[in-house]
Design a protein around this ligand. Structure first.
Ligand SMILES: [Zn+2]
Ligand SMILES: [Zn+2]
Length: 348
């Protein structure tokens, strides 16, 4: 696998991992600053700004008939801050650096057990279009699985709940999530890709482009019937139901990052034939922190308090995230049993 530097570190213990991370972090800090001032077609940062403006204009032209305004909606300015924090600071810097170091640690780990080349299949031997297609499908499938896991396992839900604790959403809401999601999941999403020869850089660039642009678009607060396209690609119409407070299924619906295909395959695709928008948020909205700092520490407070008092993470979820707890299958709410389901039925 290609490296950022010509020579790879001989060992990758914890200290080497951290010092390498810091080293590459600063390297990217310089690179990102230069990017911000250089205008070119390949400048992802500028495309993100253009794309955000387009989504914003769509919200003005096709507003959903909800009782909130485009700019005046709850959390608009905080969401913009999340765009800066997650995408410019963490995604652009920490995430890039982490992916590079994970890539190196991955190879160093295999080398330590006598495997010099862990690549099972060299993807770069295929034509470019095939490489991109396979990379996209694999990343999207793993994003889908990771997203489902974040809804399915309580300690991961503690992080992802920050994204769902939004009562009003717009394009910038897509970046309103806890930074821990990057650091818990993305490195693991990359590992299978390494086995077929993809580099950390390729994975990261895909994250920054297609998946990323789809995320902004899917949160856009617009009223538009996408018809058949709802089955082909994520839309604001389907993703809105992912944010429904009263979940149509126990763990949620419409987990897709880009392709609804995965939801259709496992039966979590959901789009009712109604013009009415669902109520958004989580059951215990009143308990969720409103400030950025409160949201920053929320998962840790949860994990080191409520979550730890119980032996079983699912038991813990009964008291905190009851919409996502007890049953073992993602059944429709009306057919489930138990304390959480009874609570849910009362509300609907
Ligand atoms: Zn979610
Ligand atoms: Zn969302």
């Amino acid at each position: 696998m290609p490296y950022l530097y010509d020579t790879k570190p001989p060992t990758m213990d914890a200290a080497a991992f951290i010092s390498r991370f810091v080293e590459i972090f600063w390297l990217y800090w310089d690179a990102v600053l230069k990017q911000l001032y250089s205008f070119s077609l390949y400048n992802v940062y500028h495309w993100v700004i253009v794309w955000c403006l387009l989504c914003f204009i769509l919200e003005l032209v096709f507003p959903r008939k909800l009782d909130y305004k485009v700019v005046g909606r709850k959390g608009f300015w905080q969401d913009l801050f999340y765009v800066f924090f997650n995408d410019f600071l963490f995604m652009g810097l920490g995430f890039f650096a982490l992916m590079y170091v994970i890539g190196e640690a991955y190879t160093a780990g295999f080398a330590s057990i006598g495997i010099d080349n862990p690549v099972l299949f060299e993807i770069h031997s295929l034509p470019l279009w095939a490489q991109l297609l396979i990379l996209f499908i694999l990343v999207d499938l793993m994003e889908f699985l990771a997203h489902y896991a974040m809804h399915r396992f309580n300690f991961l839900w503690a992080f992802h709940k920050i994204h769902h604790a939004q009562e009003e959403i717009g394009f910038a809401s897509s970046r309103h999530f806890h930074w821990g999601e990057f650091f818990i999941f993305k490195p693991f999403l990359f590992l299978p890709l390494g086995l077929i020869g993809y580099t950390a850089k390729e994975f990261t660039i895909l994250q920054l482009t297609l998946v990323y642009f789809a995320a902004f678009f899917s949160h856009t607060n617009i009223k538009f019937n996408f018809g058949f396209f709802n089955y082909l690609i994520i839309t604001p119409q389907t993703h809105l139901w992912h944010h429904a407070k009263n979940l149509p299924m126990r763990y949620g619906v419409n987990f897709a990052s880009v392709l609804p295909l995965w939801d259709l395959l496992i039966g979590t695709y959901y789009l009712p034939k109604t013009d009415e928008a669902p109520e958004l948020g989580v059951d215990d909205m009143d308990e969720m922190p409103r400030s950025f700092l409160g949201q920053f520490v929320y998962p840790f407070v949860f994990l080191f308090s409520k979550g730890k008092q119980k032996d079983n993470v699912f038991e813990a979820s009964l008291t905190t995230a009851d919409t996502l707890s007890a049953p073992t299958q993602n059944k429709p709410i009306a057919k489930t049993k138990g304390k959480a389901a009874k609570k849910k039925r009362k509300k609907t």
